[in-house]
Write a protein that binds this ligand. Structure first.
Ligand SMILES: Nc1ncnc2c1ncn2[C@@H]1O[C@H](COP(=O)(O)OP(=O)(O)O)[C@@H](O)[C@H]1O
Ligand SMILES: [Mg+2]
Length: 430
């Protein structure tokens, strides 16, 4: 599980930290920076996938020109806070009971060959440094051929807490995904490195687009796309497992507005693609083409929440889902059920969910644990920078939540007001 995420000079954050729990809710006005946090998570995910910085930021395309990885939103140099030349991200993780910290600093040098390069990077497990960029030389070192490399100090295994040897890696790609192949890195360190890679590579993003969910899917595609692609085959796989299928049907019947009796997954005899057909209790069959947007969104979320979450290397590492505007297109009367599902599933520990929302109805219903992991993103007046604050730390938030309800507080703009007010207070104290 990711327990906190620090963003320094990333988009509109000067130096802010998001605290995260099993289920984390992010609120904030339009253009406050909520999706910028998602973009930062995509950067982490891109690292886990083993891409170079240029690929993570600018996108990666297959041999046929198909998009393997979409670029991060915004022009390349816009990932960095305006007026700065680089950004820094640090993530705290709890992996199978072990705490770890991974951090990376990236510099954009428009003139150089690669554009982006890693300047600092570090991986720490249980306060033991696995590797760190060479402290005396924080910037990549260039040799005669103009091939820069980042020097890393590896920790020695065993009782000695001293650094072992140093190794060089290319600065155009995070060291994390380079040193697992390195001959001078010991096995135990490689295992730690792999655990972090898998955690980052396991992050999933869901921003459902009903039109894409309506499309038939290739048989065997069991990974739900970021926009809900492959919904038919993902649901087919869930339904094929009796236990999972039963839970899925139960939730689908509760959540979807019409009476779902069953799902069919007919295969087109010509194209071989799998179609989703929803059977209603009145025996009518509705293909995904004519299913409502709301129904499809629900199904995508169910697919994400109830799908298989294979444990990584037999370790209990929660898979992180980053949802955009979870309430979008969903009737308030169904929100409660959706919330129950997410709070229940995340409490079990197999998955972690971070979502944005604009819905006062949803905020009014969240449980105490979720409240403790709700953050507000807000642009302070007279600056372009945004801050991230835990709502439970705003003065009197607990009391006001009980007297007025968090939904009302949110709708009235109280969170932002409280934040600006305390911000001014702090400045005065200084
Ligand atoms: N490199 C940057 N430096 C400073 N601010 C930025 C940068 N890139 C984007 N922004 C700010 O972030 C805003 C968009 O934030 P976004 O996360 O999309 O908002 P929302 O909270 O609605 O999801 C832009 O309007 C812009 O003001
Ligand atoms: Mg947004």
């Amino acid at each position: 599980m990711i327990t906190s995420f620090q963003l320094v000079d990333f988009k509109n954050f000067a130096d802010e930290t998001l605290r995260a729990g099993p289920f984390t809710v992010i609120v904030g006005a339009n253009a406050s920076g909520k999706s910028n946090i998602r973009d930062a998570f995509r950067f982490l995910h891109g690292i886990g996938r083993g891409y170079t910085l240029a690929e993570i930021i600018g996108g990666k395309y297959g041999a046929g020109g198909q998009v393997e990885w979409a670029p991060i939103r915004g022009a390349a140099s816009e990932l960095i806070r305006f007026g700065q030349s680089g950004f820094f991200l640090r993530v705290d993780l709890r992996l199978d009971g072990i705490t770890a910290q991974y951090s990376i600093g990236v510099l954009y040098d428009g003139g150089s060959r690669s554009g982006f390069r890693v300047t600092v990077e570090e991986l720490v497990f249980w306060s033991r440094c696995i590797y760190t960029s060479y402290p005396d030389e924080p910037d990549p070192v260039r040799d005669q051929d103009d091939d820069a490399h980042l020097l890393l100090r590896m920790e020695k295994t065993g009782e000695q807490r001293k650094y072992g040897h140093r190794i060089a890696v290319r600065p155009d790609q995070p060291a994390l995904t380079q040193i697992r192949e390195h001959k001078n890195v010991v096995r135990t360190h490689k295992d730690y490195v792999q655990l972090v890679i898998d955690t980052l590579a396991g992050i999933r993003f869901l921003d459902p687009m009903p039109d894409l969910m309506r499309k038939p899917a290739f048989p065997g595609q069991t990974v739900l796309g970021d926009n809900g692609e492959n919904l038919p085959t993902v649901l087919q796989e869930i339904c094929a497992n009796p236990e999972r299928g039963a839970v899925f049907y139960e939730w689908a019947r509760e959540l979807t507005p019409m009476d779902v009796a069953n799902f069919d997954f007919p295969r087109d005899p010509i194209t071989g693609l799998v179609q989703l057909v929803i059977g209603e209790t009145n025996e009518r069959k509705v293909s995904a083409y004519s299913a409502s947007d709301g129904t499809l969104r629900f199904l995508a979320m169910l697919a994400a929440l109830l799908g298989e979450h294979p444990t990584l290397h037999d370790r209990h590492v929660a898979r992180l889902y980053v949802f955009e505007e979870i309430d979008n297109g969903i009737h308030p009367s169904r929100l409660r059920l959706l919330l129950d599902l997410i709070e229940g599933q995340t409490a079990k520990g197999g998955i972690q969910v971070i979502t944005t929302t604009h819905s006062p109805d949803l905020l009014a219903m969240i449980g105490d644990d979720t409240f403790n992991n709700t953050s507000v993103v807000c642009r302070l007046p007279d600056t372009d920078d945004a801050v991230i604050r835990s709502v439970c730390e705003l003065p009197d938030s607990e009391k006001l939540r009980h007297s007025q309800g968090l939904g009302r507080l949110h709708a009235s703009g109280w969170m932002e007001d409280a934040l600006v007010f305390t911000g001014e207070d702090e400045e005065r104290v200084e």
